[in-house]
Design a protein. Structure first.
Length: 250
């Protein structure tokens, strides 16, 4: 499969600190690709580089072969790269219906008139209803986001990113802070996403990673350390050394 998203020799420096070091990464179309590593490995920095939140010091980022290294974040969203955050970025006083209606209206160029559009445009209503159903939000769709269970807030944030019709969806620890009883719903929802949407997942929960991913990249100290199929990564002694502190003579 051809890569949909790739980096070549990507580097980010903050003064004398190297947060991303010579990262060459290829994510295939339709992949379920996980990015893992210990705290401080540079995972979120890499996501910020891919989405345009940060500018790289050097290196290249390509989307479907097109160089997007210097594009602004909003331009990358239009091209099909969307994301979630470790800490959600939702509107606390809006309901899920209002939040998704706003996103869809904005995407269609009616953001300044969204209240009228939500109620009068069939395509907005239908798209909102589809997202509410797909992301299991029907039971809370008219409640203020601030009072939703945290698992539902995380589902709403993923729905909001998905509303932008991404080619590549970047999920930064979607289950972080979510009670164990609510994690299964989040994982099942992510697994049910259309196969033509490529998913790059950052996650510390290894049960989620190994049940979800068809390919795993391991970052350590900002550099790509190990990459391969889940079974290969699980057996790799270097990964065990990083995560379990086991001795490795490499």
């Amino acid at each position: 499969m051809a890569p949909v998203l790739e980096t070549v020799n990507l580097e980010k420096r903050f003064g004398g600190i190297i947060a991303s070091h010579d990262v060459t990464l290829s994510v295939e179309k339709g992949a379920r690709h996980a990015l893992i590593g210990p705290n401080g490995a540079g995972k979120t920095t890499l996501i910020n580089l891919l989405t345009g939140v940060l500018r790289p010091t050097s290196g290249t980022i390509r989307l479907d072969g097109e160089d997007i290294t210097r594009l602004a974040s909003h331009a990358r969203v239009r091209l099909g790269i969307t994301r979630t955050f470790q800490i959600n970025q939702l509107f606390a006083d809006l309901t899920p219906v209002e939040t998704l209606g706003l996103a869809i209206s904005e995407q269609q160029g009616h953001g300044t008139d969204w209240w009228r559009i939500v109620g009068s445009r069939p395509e907005v209503i239908e798209r909102t209803a589809d997202l509410i159903d797909r992301f299991h939000l029907a039971d809370v769709m008219n409640e203020r986001t601030a009072v939703l269970p945290y698992g539902k807030q995380r589902l709403l944030e993923i729905a909001l990113a998905f509303a932008c019709r991404p080619r590549v969806l970047l999920l930064d620890e979607p289950a972080a802070g979510v009670p164990e009883s609510e994690r299964h719903e989040i994982l099942a929802t992510i697994e049910a996403l259309p196969k033509d949407v490529t998913v790059l997942l950052i996650e510390h929960d290894m049960d989620i990673v190994f049940s979800f991913a068809d390919r795993i990249s391991v970052l350590v100290n900002g550099a790509l350390f190990v990459e391969g199929r889940p079974d290969e990564v699980a057996r790799d002694p270097r990964v065990k050394a990083v995560y379990l502190g086991e001795a490795f003579d490499g």
